[in-house]
Ligand binder design. Structure first.
Ligand code: GLN
Length: 214
């Protein structure tokens, strides 16, 4: 009976998912989250982080997002919610902010540096080299996930405890997960396929379930 009650509480409140809205394509993420029944909240100030069940750091320009994150006093509170176990997903520039190491970060570029992975900025070239690829993502099942890469990073190395969720045909790692942290080098908010967002909401649901049991 207790189990049943826990499940009920878990599903009565919509998850509130923040999207860092300093720069980049945060609106597309909000739209997709809302379409999936979550409540999206644009995050610009530290108080916007209060009570979030999860957070997305969108694509854009990691140097700009990083500078604004410092200017708006968000760097420390973001590190704190990550340390507290709140699920966080970085897409593209967001993945660069999350990775512990960036091979070619600009000197002094502010980062969150928490995922045990090393990334390389602009690994596939400039804007004009943007491309699309169908990715096999076992965690999402069939069909392949159509992914859009826009000046995206590659994941060069991962350490123990980091799961590789997807690679390009040549083996380049482009999606990873480390416990409650998710990173994708591409833009799942742009193609209308909601499965990566649904996967993140599932991760949030699992995390909320764990919290309620503790
Ligand atoms: N190249 C960008 C950076 O370094 C990321 C591009 C993107 O998010 N689409 O931040």
């Amino acid at each position: 009976m207790k189990n049943h009650q826990m499940q009920t509480t878990q599903h009565t409140r919509q998850p509130v998912v923040g999207v860092l809205a300093l720069q980049g394509d945060f609106r597309e993420h909000c739209k997709m989250l809302n379409e999936l029944g979550a409540q999206a909240r644009e995050v610009r100030l530290p108080e916007d982080l209060e009570g979030l069940d999860g957070l997305i750091i969108p694509g854009g320009e990691s140097t700009t997002i990083g500078k604004l994150m410092v200017a708006y006093n968000l760097q420390q509170p973001l590190c704190e919610i990550i340390a507290a176990g709140t699920p966080v997903w970085g897409t593209c520039a967001g993945l660069i902010l999350l990775a512990r190491e960036t091979d070619n970060a600009l000197a002094g570029q502010p980062l969150l540096a928490t995922m045990r992975a090393s990334v390389k900025r602009n690994a596939f070239g400039s804007q004009g080299d943007s491309f699309e690829a169908d990715l096999k993502v076992p965690a999402l099942g069939d069909p392949a996930f159509h992914a859009v890469f826009i000046r995206g990073p590659s994941v060069e190395r991962v350490e123990d405890g980091v799961e590789v969720l997807a690679t390009l045909d040549d083996g380049t790692i482009v999606a990873i997960r480390q416990d409650h942290l998710l990173g994708t080098a591409f833009h799942p908010e742009m193609t209308g396929d909601p499965r990566f967002h649904a996967y993140f909401l599932q991760l949030i649901a699992e995390h909320r379930g764990q919290d309620e049991r503790n």
